[in-house]
Design a protein around this ligand. Structure first.
Ligand code: BGC
Length: 802
């Protein structure tokens, strides 16, 4: 913007209030406000000059967003933004947030939009009946992680980011990368894994892909946001070691490998401090120890004290409220917030603006390449589905088979989760449609019966009240015996089981983690009928999180975990069922035998604090706490160390082919700098396929107890033809095998012998090799950070074998 086009207001003399405040603060704003020299413009003048020209009020505007005015929230429920901001037309209707513009200095407003599985904006715009604004619903994060393929996830990111850019959005509010601590976490579908190496690798790949389009991401929710229960006031009490090794490690990897434009702090408190108000977390760890260069924003209305947030290094308060603006101005006046601190926050906002497509004047079409992106979504889904069971090669289905399709979601696929992780997509391909188009004959009588049932049930659903009030999942139809009997004429039965969850609530054990009575009855009824005729039964799990499988899996000949596969799910499913795509996904999260096997299962998701008033909910809720007594023993680190047999272990997944592993070779017998591990994988089966090789390390018993094994690296082969081999290489450094020793306040790789285990899952180890660390290596010295308020009684591992 040049001075000719500068709005009139820009030339007005500053208000008395501005001058008074500026003089009071001794800032240079007073001087620049009084001068008649041309105003410095962002991008042309130096940041220092722009900062000097900003009035204190303007600076405060830059660190507080423009408010949030979504439909579906009762009036007065959400705190208002600065007066008048709601009247300023949105650039992208339905985007979650905006930053303030300061037009006189050439600073535009940025647009921020959810979410982790696709751009979430309004598909229909008021006053524009000629166009739609649908975005691609990509598969959910948990599915993407099951690919164990960072190249694939990068490609998803590239397609995803092209839509962010096409819609004129500056920063995507994703990826989400909290740890799957407990299968009931309501937003687990938005997150990758129970393991930080998988989570960090996937997040980095997605960020790099999205940001290759010249748009930003916001890696969220930093950190320890593992449940929805009273999420805005829940204190997670976690040991420093578990924090560093489990809950923060993935973020650290993501920062190191992708340096995202922004990070979003979480709602919860960790060890007594809101994450958004924690200098330990946002400044010492994130910026100083890990070298993060970008901006930190709050989650929507997160935290309590805006001044403490700015001081902690939280630069942008989203979505922004008038109360925050007032509190920050008052703190400036009283000296509680220094101008230097505010300048540091503003500088990071301006640095973000400088990188943004809006600032660069990017032309946007609002017409993403939906067709091309759908193809990416389909491929990602097909390459990531996990084949859990395949007795007597029930799958793949031979071409042209007649399929009896049972289960509501066979006709009404659940593409993704709810809340801010949802996507307004143009369509969702159902399994029925996918199978039909792949040349299978889908039973028409069943299709009609389910169609009628679903239409009738949909009509009865209550009207939803907006984002955090999703429609309930329709109860499973109970087919009559006659309906099942007529379906027995088909070659095979396929039953889908569907689950939906999302922001606003955690899942339950009954009727959610565990199957409902209707689902169990359906499985029994169909399985008995089809098996009586020597016909096979395939179960497809269309779920966003883990469900119980052990009690019913024997009723199925094959189980395919399709997760929530995005809008192309039905096609992707048909690709795998038909064998067009050989399944190569593996679990990035454990399926336990029963919910009670999860460590501290009954303590999840926490409790309201004694004496706290209010109601439990995720919107505001009440002060609550949850203690992470399992420490570092999360997911397979727990099951494998404590010898609790899971139904399907971390890393597990079948293929239509089989693979043999050659000898695991290490580049050196001792670790000095780095060690390269390599091994060759051969497709020993009859069809082309891909194998994910996982590298676990069993550490020696040193000063600290160690999990039985920990994933340190992984790689996926290309498509190997029968008989074809590929050599995979991995590197290990002392940092990779170090643990966080709280007493020593350091990351330390203990001296001793380490066993490297290469396998197709955390339990299916095929090759091992050892190396030694002759002398303890202090990889990095830190200091006490995020210290628990009281010692945490963590569970102890059984004595470790040397
Ligand atoms: C969610 C975030 C989301 C934000 C904006 C919050 O309620 O926790 O993940 O990005 O809203 O929609």
């Amino acid at each position: 913007m040049n001075s000719k086009t500068r709005p009139r207001a820009a030339r007005r003399t500053p208000s008395l209030r501005t001058l008074t405040l500026a003089v009071l603060l001794g800032s240079s704003a007073a001087a620049s406000a009084q001068t008649t020299a041309p105003l410095p413009q962002l991008g042309k003048a130096s940041l220092k000059e722009v900062l000097a020209a900003l009035t204190p009020e303007e600076k405060v505007k830059l660190v507080v967003g423009m408010g949030f005015y979504p439909s579906g929230f009762p009036a007065g429920m959400l705190p208002p933004g600065d007066p008048g901001d709601d009247k300023i037309p949105e650039k992208v209707p339905g985007a979650a947030g905006r930053s303030h513009a300061i037009a006189r200095l050439g600073i535009p407003s940025l647009t921020l939009s959810d979410g982790p599985a696709g751009v979430r904006i309004d598909a229909i715009r008021k006053g524009d009946s000629t166009k739609t604004f649908y975005a691609t619903a990509f598969p959910v994060a948990t599915l993407l992680a099951s690919s164990w393929d960072t190249t694939l996830v990068y490609r998803v990111g590239v397609a995803f980011g092209s839509e962010v850019r096409a819609f004129g959005i500056d920063v995507l509010l994703g990826p989400g990368m909290n740890i799957h601590r407990n299968p009931l976490g309501g937003r687990n579908f938005e997150y990758y894994s129970e393991d930080p190496v998988v989570a960090g690798s996937m997040a980095a790949a997605l960020v790099n892909g999205v940001e290759s389009n010249g748009v930003g991401t916001s890696v969220k929710h930093f950190a320890v946001n593992n449940q929805e229960f009273n999420r805005m006031m829940l204190n997670s009490a976690v040991s420093e070691r578990a924090l560093r090794e489990i809950y923060l490690k993935g973020f650290q990897l993501a920062v190191a490998r992708s340096q995202p434009w922004t990070v979003m702090s979480s709602y919860n408190l960790v060890n007594g401090t809101y994450t958004s108000q924690s200098p330990d977390l946002l400044t010492t760890l994130l910026r100083q120890e890990w070298g993060f260069k970008g901006l930190v924003m709050t989650d929507w209305y997160g935290g309590k004290d805006p001044v403490a947030q700015l001081k902690a290094g939280n630069d942008l308060l989203m979505p922004g409220t008038a109360a925050q603006t007032q509190a920050i101005l008052a703190a400036l006046k009283s000296g509680q917030l220094t101008p230097a601190q505010l300048d540091a926050n503003v500088t990071r906002v301006l640095e973000l603006v400088l990188k943004s497509p809006t600032f660069k004047g990017a032309v946007y079409s609002s017409q993403p390449a939906l067709k091309a992106d759908a193809a990416v979504a389909r491929q990602a889904a097909a390459e990531s589905m996990v084949l859990l069971r395949n007795e007597a090669q029930a799958l793949p289905l031979a071409a042209g088979r007649k399929v009896a399709l049972f289960g509501n979601t066979s006709y009404n696929l659940i593409a993704g989760g709810t809340g801010s992780g949802d996507v307004n997509r143009a369509y969702t391909i159902s399994p029925a449609q996918g199978l039909r188009e792949a040349g299978f004959a889908v039973d028409a009588t069943l299709t009609d019966a389910y169609g009628q049932y679903l239409r009738a049930e949909k009509a009865k659903l209550p009207k939803t009240k907006g984002l955090l009030d999703p429609a309930p999942v329709i109860a499973e139809m109970a087919p009559s015996d006659a309906l099942v009997q007529q379906a027995q004429a088909n070659d095979v039965a396929l039953i889908t089981i569907g689950r939906s969850a999302g922001e606003g609530g955690d899942r339950q054990v009954a009727n959610d983690f565990d199957l409902t009575a209707a689902e169990q009855a359906l499985l029994k009824q169909v399985s008995t009928a089809f098996r009586a005729q020597g016909k096979k039964v395939v179960v497809v799990l269309n779920v966003g999180g883990v469900v119980e499988v052990a009690s019913w899996r024997s009723l199925a000949d094959a189980i395919l975990l399709a997760w929530q596969p995005g809008q192309e799910g039905g096609y992707a499913l048909a690709d795998v069922l038909s064998g067009k795509t050989n399944p190569s996904g593996k679990l990035a999260t454990t399926f336990p035998m029963a919910y009670k096997d999860v460590p501290y299962a009954s303590e999840f998701p926490g409790k309201a604090l004694p004496g706290s008033t209010g109601t439990n909910n995720s919107l505001m809720g009440r002060p609550s706490a949850n203690t992470y007594n399992e420490g570092i023993y999360v997911g397979y680190r727990y099951y494998n160390t404590f010898k609790v047999k899971p139904a399907y272990e971390f890393g597990y997944g079948l293929s239509y082919s089989s693979f043999t592993y050659g000898k695991l070779q290490l580049s050196a017998p001792t670790l000095a700098g780095k060690i390269t591990a390599s091994l060759s994988v051969t497709n020993s089966g009859k069809v082309a396929g891909k194998e994910v090789v996982q590298l676990y390390v069993h550490a020696p018993a040193g000063k600290l107890a160690k999990p039985e094994s920990e994933l340190k690296a992984f790689a996926k082969t290309g498509l190997l033809q029968p008989g074809q081999s590929q050599t995979l290489r991995f590197t290990l450094t002392a940092a990779d095998v170090a643990s966080y020793n709280t007493a020593a306040e350091s990351w330390i790789a203990d001296a001793g012998t380490y066993t490297v285990r290469a396998g197709g899952s955390s339990l299916a180890i095929k090759q091992t090799a050892t190396f030694t660390v002759p002398k303890e290596v202090v990889v990095k010295k830190s200091r006490p950070l995020l210290v628990p308020q009281a010692p945490i009684a963590e569970m102890k591992a059984p004595a470790q074998a040397k």
